[in-house]
Design a binder for this molecule. Sequence first.
Ligand SMILES: NC(=O)C1=CN([C@@H]2O[C@H](COP(=O)(O)OP(=O)(O)OC[C@H]3O[C@@H](n4cnc5c(N)ncnc54)[C@H](OP(=O)(O)O)[C@@H]3O)[C@@H](O)[C@H]2O)C=CC1
Ligand SMILES: O=C(O)C1=N[C@H](C(=O)O)C[C@H](O)C1
Length: 247
Amino acid sequence: MINVAVLGASGRMGATTCRAVESAEDMALVAALDAGDEVAMAVRAGAEVMVDFTVPSATEANVHAAIEAGLHCVVGTTGWTADALARVDEHLKERPELGVLIAPNFALGAVLAMRLSAAAARYFESVEIVELHHPDKVDAPSGTARHTAAGIAAARATAGVAPSPDATTEDPDGARGAVVDGIHVHAVRLRGLVAHEEIMMGNPGEQFTIRTDSFDRVSFMPGVLLGVREVAMHPGLTVGLDGYMSL
Ligand SMILES: NC(=O)C1=CN([C@@H]2O[C@H](COP(=O)(O)OP(=O)(O)OC[C@H]3O[C@@H](n4cnc5c(N)ncnc54)[C@H](OP(=O)(O)O)[C@@H]3O)[C@@H](O)[C@H]2O)C=CC1
Ligand SMILES: O=C(O)C1=N[C@H](C(=O)O)C[C@H](O)C1
């Protein structure tokens, strides 16, 4: 049995994760914690793995507290900067036996969309990303869109591909969206949506679109449970669930 603590347990993802852990035959939910609770409570409850679905402003401190306490971490919360990841990496040098998985998206379709778009992007002149979410989401662009853009930008840089053509010189209202690692990212917030992403690529006379849709938060659970099962076998910091998959 793997003893699991969930941080952010009353939230949309935390509550879904608690139910998934309780339903898993090889796991026990030993602590369901929220704002105001301390990671020490998870340790006292016998947790081995902490799952974090909290808020971007809290997640880094939670992970450092968990490392200090000797817990493996599976993190779905967004808002991670390169500097924040580097600090976790550095902290883990003091506890080389621990694993930390930080994954911007646990849905299989989203993981595949990130990998496939990075593989395809070098073959197209233009690439843009549209991410679409429920209106209660606090951050934009989504963590998934940021990670997707980073992967595409790295692949295009390696292949020596020119920036996407764009003749826009007048855009006083920001209609062209955010620019993440040189890739335009457009964020839609609409009641009825859960989590969706479209990566659009274009060449003269053709378009290639990769789309992933999470219609329900249960879509993230196989990935979260995979993370919980595997994290102790992957010491150090892993960013992205694809690090635990054969892709
Ligand atoms: N990686 C993935 O696959 C996915 C990632 N996400 C990400 O997960 C995060 C959570 O999303 P979601 O569940 O929709 O958000 P919610 O707002 O529904 O849940 C966040 C929860 O965290 C709690 N919380 C806030 N601060 C702390 C803290 N310091 N310690 C413990 N708990 C805290 C909140 O409590 P209170 O309300 O009392 O403040 C709330 O219960 C977001 O960053 C989102 O982008 C979402 C879906 C999938
Ligand atoms: O807040 C959400 O809902 C989601 N957040 C993650 C993100 O920012 O990419 C993952 C998924 O898109 C759902």
